[in-house]
Design a protein around this ligand. Sequence first.
Ligand SMILES: Nc1ncnc2c1ncn2[C@@H]1O[C@H](COP(=O)(O)OP(=O)(O)OP(=O)(O)O)[C@@H](O)[C@H]1O
Length: 727
Amino acid sequence: MSSTSCEYYEATSEMPQRKTTISNFLESIRNSDDFTKSRNLGDELGGCRGHGKGMALTWKDLTVSMECRNEKFFSLVNRSYLKRIVENVSGVIEPGHLVALIGPSGAGKSTILSALARRTPGNAIIDGDVRLNGRRVDDSIRKVTGYMYQEDYFISILTVREHLRFMSRLKMDRRTSRRDRENRIETLMNVLSLSPLADSRIGGYAADGQKGVLSGGEKKRLSFATAILTLPPLLFADEPTTGLDSFTANRLVSVMKSLVQSTGASMIATIHQPSPEILAMFDTIYLVAEGRLVFSGTADNAVQFLLGCGFTMNTTITDCEFLLKCVAPVPYDDKRKSPTSSKKQVSVRKLAATFEASDYHTQMEDAISKYGEDKTQSTTSFVFKEPFWIVKLFWLVVRGMVELGRNPNVQWIRIGQKLLIGLTAGICYFGTLKLDQKGVQSAQGAMFLLVTENVFAPMYAVIAFFPQEYPLFIGEHRNGAYSPSAYYLSKILCYGPGAILEAVLYTSLLYALAGLRLELYPYILTTVFTILCISVATAVGAAFSNTFSSIPKAMMFLLPVEYIAMITSGIFVKLSSLPWATAWLKYTSWFMYTYESISVVQWQGVENIACPANDTLSATCLRNGHEVLEHYDFSESHLIRNAICLVVIYVIFQILGYKSFARKNAIKEIVFIIMRPPLHFRLSFIPRCNAFELDEDFIENGTSYQLEQSYDLLDMQMDAIEGKGDR
Ligand SMILES: Nc1ncnc2c1ncn2[C@@H]1O[C@H](COP(=O)(O)OP(=O)(O)OP(=O)(O)O)[C@@H](O)[C@H]1O
């Protein structure tokens, strides 16, 4: 190691006497029963057929910034600013190595991990050179690598074994035989002590208030089992040991260690306060603080490096505690008020600079050059044959059906609700539908109820549905389990039959009780149009739900659209009296298309509607079905047009819903593009700031309104801070 000058720390002359070295620990673990037992885990799990040996991942000057917004009520004019989270971090994961990212909370470990694995949130802006076996990574890394999220994403009503079975169908190589799949599932459950829980429901705090069945630690292990189901050649694990007791954490890391050793796979894990035993199992550790790399090498060397920098270590703390203490963040208030603590704040930068000047850094750079330039192994040789899209769709539908079947209350309650409303409305209309003027009003009222009840309830049910499902979808999709299209379509296929059943039951009940035209043709056509109506309503709900970031926002924007559609249905306003500026709105109204159609089938060919004796010659008396339809500005020739328009509206909203689901905010982006010129014009009057006059608050709570400007200002600001800090 090169001599490092760390004169800003008070150097200690006395090196602490450490009771046990990390190498001793590693030796003792290697000799332990537990470790030897799981040593051949790779073979037991069926080797890494289809995945080849491990992969080398290198990254140079990785920088990650997050585009943040100052959330305002009307988010179209929210100002964005950039928050830099990771700063020029480099490193390497060699094949067959177990690597740890350690550092204090908020240091940027998860951000580095997700940036390397291409699983960052949408607001992340990543810069740097990341290579997998020498090739620049793209989104295909998601398919060949495994990722274990910090949060657990499960369908609570599935059992442990069912969950693993579904994931094996969605994720494992399509050439894997059923027997191999089952073997792997059983072995993993066995190794991770999940076998006794194989038939227990995963649980979780579901919407129905059902309490969790698996504990947090058991879910963590299940999460790990899911991540390694495909035996990925490279696994990213975000805090795999958090929430586990020390014995289980130890066991989990020893499984990781044995897997990398027996299969040659590589694994990187962020880890909080590992015990000495766990720390010793990692081949390399990356110590991160404030988004910077402070050290890379073995844990033993990290301690030596920091001791060499002048930190003191007393004998009562563990190595990891010592490492974390050296780079612990200073509380925000202290940082602002106390000059001494701001000196400590600079020290992480200096520590990073010291590391950059050290031999450890040179060794790391050599390894990066070695693996970063290696183009002999193509990443494509690891690309396993994933299941076909249609197969994934099939299993997603089956999983959705199982979910519905296990949670029948929701569906039964909705059906019960529909029957009750149909019954109540039917009783109210019972005996009122006669062929006279009053009967016309009653019939139109009953038909309008047929429309509204098939719009509002399903639309609002869908609005709440997608936000609930989104975290699970994101977690599984980013892990390469399936595409958004397969998932979205599976949801339509799963929930479609239920919605159709609701529409049929409600329509039939109200139709019969109210005494609407009791003939097969009008009944079937009315039912068909109410089914089209409920389908459009769910598509509209899905589009709005997926477009806006929260349910209240989606409702806020949906309500005016829904009101326009309802008002232009033909019952509240004479459609021919609408002024030219708003007359076109009726063509967007699915209420109008449905209401007109069921009115047509009801009144087509009806003659002899009775008028009051003293009113037979009055122009207001409707004598036959044709006059009724004319009164509402409806036309008998519109039936096919209406059916086509409903289908078109359905398709448009499903596409918008899907686009927004796959790429959040699709509709909002369109609105923003339209709004951009006036916004740009307005914002150009805001005076520009001098970057050097800005303080750190700018970076945290910045007021920049253009992304490019944010970048430039941020760079200048960081340079300014660094310049001051180094002097
Ligand atoms: N999507 C995001 N948008 C804005 N800021 C973010 C985002 N994700 C993370 N951050 C911020 O980045 C910083 C680092 O977060 P990160 O989760 O990477 O830290 P960490 O070291 O993994 O912490 P912990 O150990 O507590 O999980 C935090 O200050 C966090 O608030």
